[in-house]
Design a binder for this molecule. Sequence first.
Ligand code: AMP
Ligand code: ZN
Length: 460
Amino acid sequence: MDLHLYNTLTRQIERFSPANPDRVTMYVCGPTVYNYPHIGNARPYTAFGVLAKLLRRQFPRLDYARNITDVDDKINEAARQRGVPIDVVTAQYTQAFHEDMAAIGVAGEFAPNLEPRATAHIPGIVRMCERLIALGHAYAAEGHVLFDVQTYAGYGRLSRRTIREMIAGARVEVAPYKRNPADFVLWKPSTPELPGWDSPWGRGRPGWHIECSAMAEEHLGDTIDIHAGGADLKFPHHENEIAQSVCAHGGAEFARHWLHNGFVTIEGRKMSKSLGNVLLINELRRLAPPEALRWLLLGAHYRQPLDWSEAALRQARTTLDRLYGTLRDLADVAVDGVEARADAVQAALADDLGTPQALAALSELARDAQKAAGPQARALAKARLLAAGRWLGLLQQDPQAWFQGGAAAIDVARIEALMAERAQARKDRNWSRSDEIRNELAGMGVVIEDTPQGARWKLG
Ligand code: AMP
Ligand code: ZN
């Protein structure tokens, strides 16, 4: 089935055809890990996760990278306030991000297979800065490296703005060392208290935009098939990524399809700290089953705004109650070996990720299932409903578990206790106990990652 996607670059719906059908590449800008993710942050990863699943089913290989921005001025400030190194802050919030994503079903086929961290890519970032300088697209000034926007004629093509509009519209920092106020930072100097790495321009740290260009290059190549993120990233972030990558790669196109999601608003208002209406995923998870959060996130088309309200959440829950009720009524029929397709859901998703239509199709299948009579028809209807749900990461729990309070909550305290016990066992060189704990955690879906900073865990 052909996949059609809206492309921000052309402002049109286009048939998706990868440059190399044997290896499709997708990059989605990931989180800056200095606080807990809110429900707006979940939107790109939920919507583009559904796209990832679609691509994985349609093509033999998808390389989907979603970065972790783990060096940034907001992170530095959070670390300074707490008096800890930045990696304490970033490890904590990376883990929180993973937990929240797993809870709302951004896992498995819906999750990226590559998760590069900016701090693990400093040499590549420095090399890209050097290349841009050598090619005359960037210049060093007072410990900074700046991109010279006048050297790239395509600047503004994605957001359809002129350089003058960009300067007027954005709070572009005017600095004496800039040739043009619209020039943006690739590298900046660090004072001794700030995190920094040695570079040809002195000790410093990367700007945000260059990280994505360097990580996309390293993991996905010069030209990628799909690049996505929130609509707020079109300018300056994506515009700057394009300028850097195109100029570093001799004019090769950076991304062939650009996708941008609309914003989540709360009862019609922008979600912001100053309005005090920021909804964190980990708080919402206590209020409603995570699957209801997922249903609500998929309930609006990804390019449209999504208005979050308690009423909408209640509605999502009620709908899921109805669908799980249908599945419970069909508990007596087995679906093993029953061939079932989910054409309507697939067709909806292939049409520019029509998740609202896909959810409607799911409800329709549930109505069909309620009407089905006779063992064969009931088994087929149930298999169809489950197959359709799989495309969306919905309806995969035991109905009993849903009615007992939604998806099993992750027992973070238990996981942390086992991690501490494992660390002690390893200190005592008690390898068999350490292995036992690893297995127990694996049984809970937890994957351990041993790093030089100690062991970390994530939900697999
Ligand atoms: P950040 O960690 O702030 O870089 O944001 C991570 C992702 O969430 C980016 O793709 C943002 O565009 C997106 N995002 C942030 N706020 C919202 C929102 N309220 N609604 C939808 N997407 C958002
Ligand atoms: Zn990015």
